[in-house]
Design a protein around this ligand. Sequence first.
Ligand code: ATP
Length: 253
Amino acid sequence: MSPGNNLTIENLTKSFGRQKVLKGISFTVPEGETVVVIGGSGQGKSVLLKHVMRLLVADEGDVLVGGQPIMKLTSREMDEVRKGMGMVFQEAALFDSMSLLENVAFPLRMHSGLRDREIIKIAEENLERVGLRGVGGKMPSEVSGGMKKRVGIARAISMRPGILLYDEPTTGLDPVLSSAIDELILKMRSELGVTSLVISHDMKSAFRIADKIIFLYQGVIQASGTPAEIQASKDPVVRQFISGDTVGPISVI
Ligand SMILES: Nc1ncnc2c1ncn2[C@@H]1O[C@H](COP(=O)(O)OP(=O)(O)OP(=O)(O)O)[C@@H](O)[C@H]1O
């Protein structure tokens, strides 16, 4: 196993002013596996993801991509690391003025140095891989939210990254479309062998796609384990999150 695509979060600590958001988080996403970080609103999931992309710099601790700590890299070195990571944004974040095909082709045009014909071929293949054969000519405004998410995944795999980062991939989708996106995440793992870090508050989705679930609560890892272990957890915080009860240790205000 090459160490290239492991992702390790090491004692990650971050405060904003007096608010301690991450209080020394540590876990590893082994190569080719999917780890889902789950937690309620405001528990620091997005802050964690921003550190993985180094859009934020940690107060303490580091993120290791393929064993390499990234917090002290120069921006040029970080650009290289980012080329190995694909990001699936929450709202797909497509360019509205570009066709779906051009959206998927965009990272290749920016970074690959390939010729136009090859770029178009790869972009078409990627659209096909996410179940969108023959719709590349459409504009983002002409397609549904579920289709946009698929295009976001097709774009994220353009440069064949070893690591995929998903920000709330099922948010805003109905249960059927959510299942379809989950199936796609499983397909990316099995067909491309990618290492995946997923940020989510969708417990059902986490149970479907995760090799391991990390439950983030008040800046620490409250619980972690396989979906079966989390499902069997007796921790009152975890139980309340799974059941969605308003009564319990989690404050609803
Ligand atoms: N740049 C920032 N400056 C100050 N506070 C911030 C900043 N970014 C995040 N926070 C605070 O950190 C806390 C965690 O935010 P974060 O966005 O990571 O939550 P989350 O778990 O992703 O929630 P949600 O599911 O609602 O997106 C929040 O209280 C937020 O206000």
